[in-house]
Design a protein around this ligand. Sequence first.
Ligand SMILES: *[C@@H]1O[C@H](CO)[C@@H](O)[C@H](O)[C@H]1NC(C)=O
Ligand SMILES: *[C@@H]1O[C@H](CO)[C@@H](O)[C@H](O)[C@H]1NC(C)=O
Length: 494
Amino acid sequence: MTPVAAALVLWLVTYITTPVDSYPDGKVTRACDSMMPQHGHEPQAGTIHSITVDKTTFKPGDQIKVTLSGPQFAGFFIQARDASHLEGSAVGSFSLIDDRISRLLTCGTVQDSAVSQINKRKKSMVEVYWIAPSNAPQHVQFLVTVVAKYSMYWVKIPGPIVSRTTPPPVIKISTTAALPIPTKSALTQRFSASGCGHSKFCVRNPTSCDPERDVECFFLSFQKKANSMQIELSGPGKGYVSFALSHDKWMGDDDYYLCVMDGQTVDVNPAYTTGRMHPETASPGVLQDVAWRVADGVLQCSFRRAIRIPSSLERFPLNGSYYIFLADGDAENGLIRRHHRQPLITNKMFNVSGTPEDVGGSRSPILIKFHGAMMFLAWMTTVSIGVLVARFFKPIWPTSTLCGVKIWFQVHRILMVTTVMLTAVAFVLPFLYRGKWSNVSENVISDIAQFIVCLKSEVYSKIKLHIIWTLSREICTVCVHILSYCSACLKTQL
Ligand SMILES: *[C@@H]1O[C@H](CO)[C@@H](O)[C@H](O)[C@H]1NC(C)=O
Ligand SMILES: *[C@@H]1O[C@H](CO)[C@@H](O)[C@H](O)[C@H]1NC(C)=O
């Protein structure tokens, strides 16, 4: 393989094997109180799963077998709570019957006080033991959340009530869980850019595009209303549009807002990222007046949030200055996929509650653009011309020299040295952009590989030329010998 091909293959391999993020399943202790999967979908009404117990009375230390069964499901979450205070914390602890399908979780201060799935494999039955604590209330009720699939789940399905022996009459309790799901209303028309720069802060891409007419226009606006901010976000209706507030120009530890299409509906959710991971959706309770619309290929959503939300550190106060990211991409079953292209990033930090401005941004920072241009120049032009010169121009200028060296070699050398220099400079640019040597990412590795291959090819091509030259000289000498031998033979024969 030639060095160029090797570099190409290396680069392709590192690109293709880039991991695709997905939501990790597993520990769901954040859902301890609400028992809500943090999916942002609305739970199903009614119940199709059944929860049974093997006895209805207990004394401290007793084990009660709890069985959850019904149509196949992927995830579940089981807790026991005081039946007269269902909003309270978990009561008692569990022990597993089959640790291949269930795991113990600790909610609040009670160890092993909840059970959830160990993986997303479909199951139709789960059995666990509940162990009655010494301080158990008079009546205990089992509550179960069942996740059939990502967008289909039931929250706090009321299970049987079990009572301490010699119980007083059971108190009937309503189990409808009041959850703060924001009310959604429909938008009726496209967003307008008319107030941009004087009554609202706008980010548009392409710069100054019109969200009312242009389907490809990405539009984000912030309009201050007393202590809250009205936010509008729209873009091509492919899968999702999102924006993020960030302290820096790269992803990670940012305050995210996602509008994700899921079938015929749109989920509007705040989210946050840690590191360069997939954003995790947070409780939608902080957003008010949520509205959305999908029409004529445009996905729109709007909502309001308080300028400052001190209860949630992940929601940045809007009186600060941030870089603003706009990203879009595909969604599947309400789950977002990694964005195909670079998100749009504003060129500097903006204070969205300060003076209204109308800004654009760029999808790849200038340093990265230079990096790309230089790599392109080096690998598509100087290297190939250099190789062509060495291959074909030698016979054209057999004797002419430049500064004492054959012209073809002089030209070849200049081009190759240029390639090495361009690659070296281009190599440094991403580091300047990141401002530091960050965790070695796949891009950096492919760049390093390319750099090494490039350096080597410069040395290698000289050696190769030398070898070819020597070989062909040897072959010629052998041919001449054979010929003279043959002619000598012929002469003696005649
Ligand atoms: C934002 O507002 C809070 C309270 O009003 C204040 O403590 C904080 O300093 C403000 N931040 C900025 C950047 O002005
Ligand atoms: C942003 O603007 C608001 C309102 O004018 C102001 O109170 C706040 O201090 C500004 N924040 C920064 C970081 O300049």
